[in-house]
Design a protein around this ligand. Structure first.
Ligand SMILES: [Zn+2]
Length: 354
């Protein structure tokens, strides 16, 4: 059945389990087509199944000391949940590689990139990041950046694609902050611009925290429009100036949140007319989030993601999604919250017949 004429999301025929996606990166990237993917084609199609591309790598999960407050296991568990609930099938998973260091340096200073990768940052700079350095974390950081670049390129080809990590928007050119080391959104934007794949990008950052790093990086770059809707009284204490900031009051609930989004997004799209939207779908706007301070529900999160994706895709703008922040000791609840993005994306993908 694997060789029965099924086309991959990029239109390449799947026969060997290896898809040559050389247009997507500097080197061919393998498609994760496994034996279980073959058996999938023997089963009846579930209503939710689509050919939405989802980007994941096992290196997204790097070991942290026991009890560390960053919920590292969520990335692997998210991929597992998407497969278990048949939101996606294994043949929809794409595996990124780490980007060349020169790509990271299109945003970050060379001494910071080398210092981080070699573990020679000062203890103060390391503390500001909030994650203990390890070679595995370096690999994870770079691979996740590669994942967002791949997601962006898949979105340009397909109209919509989702990473299962990403959204490290607090990283500045010469330092990291708030669990963010390299700014994946900014690097993906610069790489696509430098490869002349796009001329104009809109970053829609709906993580509960302001996208301060992205705002600063693109403060004088008219090719990238930064839009951040975030809780006004949350981290970072010192906000930067995005092209459009919509600060939200503490405790804001679903309905007023969605109305505010509706009041801004359609106009923004017609004003910016981006070649690509980079969407940071932070799940930390949820009322149960440990670091959030807003009061959205799962229904509200799904409606928000559906609203963003259907508004953009419906108007013809491709969207690359990253999952952004999300913090909860209840790992199952947290992973489900993040999966709402992919569930909404699968529905939009089918509705618009991408
Ligand atoms: Zn956040």
């Amino acid at each position: 059945m694997c060789d029965s004429g099924v086309l991959s999301p990029l239109g390449y025929r799947l026969s060997t389990g290896v898809n040559h996606l050389s247009i997507l990166a500097s080197s061919p990237l393998p498609l994760l087509l496994s034996a279980s993917a073959c058996s999938f084609f023997l089963q009846p199609l579930n209503d939710l199944l689509s050919h939405l591309c989802v980007v994941y790598h096992p290196d997204y999960v790097a070991p942290l000391p026991a009890g560390h407050r960053f919920p590292m296991p969520k990335f692997g568990l998210l991929k597992e949940l998407l497969l278990r609930d048949r939101v996606i099938s294994p043949d929809q998973l794409y595996q990124p590689g780490p980007p060349p260091q020169a790509w990271i340096q299109q945003v970050h200073q060379a001494d910071y990139v080398q210092g981080y990768c070699q573990g020679t940052l000062t203890p103060k700079a390391q503390r500001r990041i909030g994650l203990p350095w390890s070679p595995n974390l370096v690999k994870r950081t770079c691979t996740a950046v590669g994942g967002t670049i791949l997601t962006a390129k898949l979105a340009l080809n397909q109209g919509l694609a989702c990473n299962t990590a990403g959204g490290t928007h607090h990283a500045f050119p010469d330092y990291g902050s708030g669990f963010c080391i390299f700014n994946d959104l900014a690097i993906a934007a610069r790489v696509l611009l430098s490869q002349a794949l796009v001329q104009r990008i809109l970053i829609v950052d709906l993580d509960v925290h302001q996208g301060d790093g992205s705002a600063w990086i693109f403060r004088d770059d008219p090719r990238v429009f930064t839009f951040s809707m975030h809780c006004a009284v949350n981290f970072p204490r010192q906000k930067q100036t995005s092209d459009l900031d919509v600060p939200l009051p503490e405790g804001l609930e679903d309905e007023p949140y969605l109305q505010l989004l509706q009041a801004h997004l359609p106009d923004l799209l017609s004003q910016v007319k981006p070649d690509l939207v980079l969407y940071d779908a932070g799940a930390d706007t949820h009322g149960g989030d440990r670091l959030g301070k807003l009061a959205m529900t799962n229904t509200g999160l799904y409606d928000r993601d559906y609203q963003v994706l259907s508004t953009c895709v419906g108007a013809g703008y491709p969207v690359a999604c990253v999952i952004g922040g999300g913090y909860d000791d209840n790992m199952a609840a947290l992973v489900y919250r993040h999966s709402l993005l992919h569930r909404a994306a699968a529905v939009v993908y089918r509705q618009y017949r991408l």
